[in-house]
Structures are given as C-alpha cells and as structure tokens.
Write a protein that binds this ligand. Structure first.
Ligand code: FE2
Length: 279
C-alpha cells in the first residue's frame, strides 16, 4: 500500500491513509516530509502502534531528539508520573512554538494518545505561514524588520499570574534567560512564517504598550477559524506537526482525568533566520 490523503481544513491539516508497514519502512517518508511542511499537521488514524514503532517512525521523518535522556516522553498532568513536564501543562493552554528559547526550534513532534480526556484535551494548531501570507504587503514589510524577545516566564505567567518562589525558580527568567529572534522566519525554502507565540515578551525597540497591542492583534488573528485545525483525539491516532510553521496549544481539561500521550520530538534542522534582502 502507498497512501491517500484528505485535507482536514482548507489551510491546515491533512489526514493520510496508509498502513503501519508503509509508515515504518520509510518508503513514503520523503513525500510525507514535503506534505508536512505544506499542510502543517498530518494525521494517521487506526494505527495500533507501540512506543518503539513511534520512535521508528520518527527516524524515517528526521532525527529523533533525546528529551532528558529519553527518545519518547510521557505527556501527563500527574506530577508523580511526569515530574519534569506536569507543572507546565497549564502553560500549554496558550499558543506557542516549542523551543523558541533556543536558536534551532525542533523540526516536528509526533503524538499518540494512551488515555483520552473525557472532555477538552483537544490539541489545536495554527498555520503561521498562512498568517504571514494573508497580511497586506506593507504590514509584511514592517514585520520583516522586527525582532521579538521570547521568554518561558511570559507564557507561564498567563497560567500563573502570581507565581510562587518555587515556580519562579523552575521557569523564571533567572534560570531560563529570554531569547531574541527575528519575528519573521524566512526558511531555507524561501517561504516566510511568523515566529508568533504567547512566549513573546516584547518586540524590540517598540514602546511597551504599542508592542503589547501588536502582539494582541496578531494573536487575535491567529484565533480566526481559517488558520486553525483542532484535533479531537481518538485511540489509534498518530499525529505529526511541523513545529517551525505552526503554533500549538491544548484545550483545557481536568488535570486529574489521566489524559496521557506519548511524544517523540525531531531535532531542528534550521536556525531561525530573518528575512533576506532580495538578490
Ligand atoms: Fe508545546
């Protein structure tokens, strides 16, 4: 079997129909990589996959990154089961791109559910290529010249406006310094996307109120339905997203419900690079 596709929305997300054997032998990996960049999110349904097979699929798509020494990471809000990630769950309720505090954000992440949330818990994605491409030319030129400072504390404060000393020690700027990036990422392909996220603390060189207003306006546009794919998890799903051309967030859910996913992350292959002058 090779594969067939069905778009999930007009601007973002495609369901790919194939079988486990085809996914794991890498024979369609090159086509899937191209489709991933074009569509932002790829969904496979009814796959009875193991942890090892999820990692194996990751290797066909790129280079699997070790997270705290592991090729696969449990995503669960229960601190006893996930001491490293559980405390960040509420921060993931806000649109973000993973790794905006580094030069080279991860290429993609691959998720598969083990326990579903009875309510909420959908993962939502926003196409940040489309956001840029839809802007009027004068606005694109203005944004092309901007830089933004990203900080983990900024997004975590949305969830915890009055953090404790302990929380600040874990995710505050003292331990996790902010990172400056060009706001428009011109990828090696030449295409441009917005490095938009709730981790943006401010735009460099702008009055703070003006910076906050611009960020709020862009985030409000990002919430328009034509840019979003909202994924309702079913057992047997496997989903991969292009972390360099989409933002993601999770819809709030009961943190005690046992919702659990397994994540494999692919190493970034391109540094965030600003807009190049036309040749
Ligand atoms: Fe994330």
């Amino acid at each position: 079997m090779t594969f067939t596709t069905k778009d999930l929305t007009q601007r973002i997300g495609t369901e790919v129909k194939t079988d486990l054997e085809t996914l794991l032998d890498g024979s369609i990996a090159k086509e899937l990589r191209a489709l991933l960049v074009k569509r932002g999110v790829l969904l496979f349904r009814n796959l009875d996959m193991t942890d090892e097979q999820q990692v194996e699929f990751g290797w066909t798509m790129g280079n699997v990154r070790l997270e705290h020494g592991n090729k696969i990471t449990k995503i669960i809000a229960d601190k006893t089961q996930s001491p490293i990630f559980a405390d960040y769950t509420e921060g993931t309720y806000y649109f973000h791109i993973d790794g905006t505090y580094t030069d080279t954000p991860g290429l993609a992440s691959i998720l598969r559910p083990l326990v579903l949330a009875p309510e909420g818990g959908q993962t939502q994605f926003c196409n940040t290529y489309a956001l840029y491409e839809d802007l009027p030319t004068d606005e694109q030129r203005f944004l092309d010249g901007l830089e933004a400072v990203h900080s983990g504390e900024t997004i975590m404060r949305l969830a915890f406006p009055n953090p404790t000393e302990e929380q600040l020690a874990a995710w505050g700027e003292q331990t996790n310094p902010p990172k400056k990036h060009p706001f428009v990422w011109q990828h090696k392909s030449g295409r441009k996307s917005l490095l938009l996220a709730n981790s943006i603390k401010y735009f460099v060189g702008m009055d703070r109120a003006e910076s906050d207003a611009l960020l709020a306006k862009l985030l409000a546009t990002a919430d328009e339905p034509q840019y979003i794919y909202s994924h309702d998890w079913r057992m047997g799903d496997l989903l991969i997203w292009d972390n360099t051309g989409t933002m993601h967030r999770v819809v709030p859910f009961d943190l005690n419900c046992g919702r659990e996913l397994q994540r494999v992350t692919l190493l970034g292959e391109e540094q965030v690079t600003g807009v190049r002058a036309p040749a």
